[in-house]
Design a protein around this ligand. Sequence first.
Ligand code: PMP
Length: 286
Amino acid sequence: MTRTVYLNGEYLPEAEAKVSIFDRGFLMADGVYEVTSVLDGKLIDFPGHRARLARSLHELDMAAPCSDDKLLAIHRELIAVNAITEGMVYLQVTRGNPGDRDFAYPPADTKPTLVLFTQAKPGLADNPAVRTGWKVISVPDIRWGRRDIKTVQLLYPSMAKMAAKAAHVDDSWFVEDGFVTEGTSNNAYIVKGNRIITRQLSSDILHGITRSAVLRFAAEAQMVIEERPFTIAETQQADEAFITSASAFVMPVVEVDGAALGHGKPGPVTTRLREIYLEEMRKTAI
Ligand code: PMP
């Protein structure tokens, strides 16, 4: 079955969806994106992703491409026509095609480019990696200073993912001024006893939609939340570590820079948080 994608008002076979070479997303990485997971054919935390998209657009003085209702309808239509039971919907909005290359933004009435496509990922919730956990290495965080905006400038995170692959591990954690910021495409946490420690929100990190839900569920489960920076050394002494993202949900981290955490196996707090997260989010999926 060929995949149907959405481009600027049209549902098209993927091979027919074409964007201009002058598109600001292509030339300037002048665009923002969201990735929403699909479980049981339904969107996980769509309101969270919609709200963050609005914030990213606002921070970059970009116009909303369409109404929120329309955005939800497009997501749903793509899930239906592509028969997605488990997977993701990727959405990207760019500042559009001004017809030439220029550093200055084009006139405000330039039509944004809106692209959405689905990715089928059978077994997304029952990911076997959860049973063994991820190994990570640390790399310097040399990204720009507005990591709270979810832009498509992902070259350095891609490089960091390649550094992880070269080291035969699963991901990289970024470190700035001695403290962990986040993972290449996820938020980072450590666990000490009943305490969950994760960096506080600022422009240093992306404000994860999964982070916000997981911290809410952790608090409801009487866990203590400490939002503060932590180091790699503190991580290596922690009982457990994990990451969160819309597509990995809650993923255990069992090794950091070659040092095994706890017993080198996913720990009980992480496992419990993943269970609660999936259970609760399935309830509110739309
Ligand atoms: N940090 C970064 C740098 C990311 O790219 C992502 C994933 N988009 C996250 C954190 C996690 O965010 P979310 O839970 O909203 O997927």
